[in-house]
Design a protein around this ligand. Sequence first.
Ligand SMILES: Nc1nc2c(ncn2[C@@H]2O[C@H](COP(=O)(O)OP(=O)(O)OP(=O)(O)O)[C@@H](O)[C@H]2O)c(=O)[nH]1
Ligand SMILES: [Mg+2]
Length: 344
Amino acid sequence: MSLKRKISIVVLGTEDYLKKSLKSLILGRDVSPERDTDKYEVTLTPNLYTPSDDIKNTFSQKNFDMCLLVVADDVSPKMVQEQIEKLQEKTGKSKKEFTVVLPLGCKNTDSYLASCSLGELFTELDKDRPMIPINKRDTDPPPLQPRMKGNQSDNKVNLVLLGMSRTGKSASGNTILGKKRFLSRASSSPVTTECQVEETVINGTCVRVIDTPDIFDDEIESSDKNQHVTKCKELLQSGPCVFLLVIQVSRFTDGEKNILRKLEDAFDNKAKEQTIILFTCGEELQRAKMNMEGFLHSCNSDLKKIVDQCGRRCVVFENKTSHKRQVTELMQKVDEMLHKQKNQ
Ligand SMILES: Nc1nc2c(ncn2[C@@H]2O[C@H](COP(=O)(O)OP(=O)(O)OP(=O)(O)O)[C@@H](O)[C@H]2O)c(=O)[nH]1
Ligand SMILES: [Mg+2]
C-alpha cells in the first residue's frame, strides 16, 4: 500500500495580495476551479519583515516541499536578495531552497537565485508525478528548482484590446503599459480610429498591446471593419495572441449581446478560447461593496453567458487609479490560460 501525502508549499513575501492570489491560483479557487486541490497544501506566511517569530515557528513545525517567495514587479534584484537573506536568517534554510516566483522587476538575477515564472511553476505543479510517499519525505530532492531563462525577452505575448466604443479599451491599454500611449478621453464619438500597437516588458515578457477601434458596432461599414481587422492581424507578431474583451462594469448594452459571435467571425472561430474579459470602471463595484464573484452572480443573463463562454476568465480594472496590482492579476490570468492551452 502506498501512503500518499499532499505536496506542501509555503508562500513567503511582503505583499499579502500577491501571496493570496498565488495560493488561489495553485489551489484553483479562482473563477474557474480546475486544479487538483487534493494534491497541494498551501501555507501563507506574514510579511517576512514583521518582527514576530511566526515564520520561524512555521518552519520549525514543518518541512515544506516548496518554498516560494513572491515579489512585486517593481522590486529590485537587491531587494529580492535582501528578502532571501532575511528568510535564511529566520528559517535557518539555505538560500537555494527559496524559489522566487516572478514577477521580478529585473532582467538578470544572480545565479544562486532560483526563480521561475508562473507558467514554469504551473508546469512543474501539473507534472503527472506521483505524490511523494510519506517515508521518502526527507530524502526526495526539492521538486521545484527551475532557473530563470537567460533571455526572457524571447517570451512574447500579443494582447488585443477589443470592445465597443467608450468601454475603456485605450485607457486599459495605458494601464497595462504603465504609461499613456493610447489616446483615451470622454467623447460622444469614437476616439480610436486606427489600430495601434505599443510594447512594454512585464516580468521579462515582451507584452505587445494592440488597441483597436470599435469593430462591433452594427452601424459601422463592414469594409471599414474588415480593414481594421486586417490591420490588427498584421500587427500580431510571433507569440501567442490573447483577446481582451473590454466591457464596462455598469454598462452592458444590447449591442454587446452577440459580441462573441462577432469576435469569432472577425478573427477565428475559436477566439473565445483565447479571450479574457476585462471589466473597466472597477471602482463602481467597490462603491457598491461588491466583489467580482458577486457581480458575476448578479449580472445580466446575457453577460453571464459571455462570461461562461470565455471560461469565466475575468479581470477588473480601475483605469483612473492605474494600480499595478490589476496588471499583475491580468498577467497571471494570461499566463494560466496559455499554460492550460499548451497542455491540452
Ligand atoms: N472612472 C473610470 N473611467 C474610465 C475607466 N476606463 C476608462 N474610463 C473613461 O472612459 C472614457 C472612454 O475611455 P477610452 O479609453 O477612450 O475608451 P475606448 O474604448 O478606447 O473608446 P474608443 O476609442 O472610442 O473605442 C474616458 O473618459 C476614460 O477616462 C475606468 O476604469 N474608470
Ligand atoms: Mg480607444
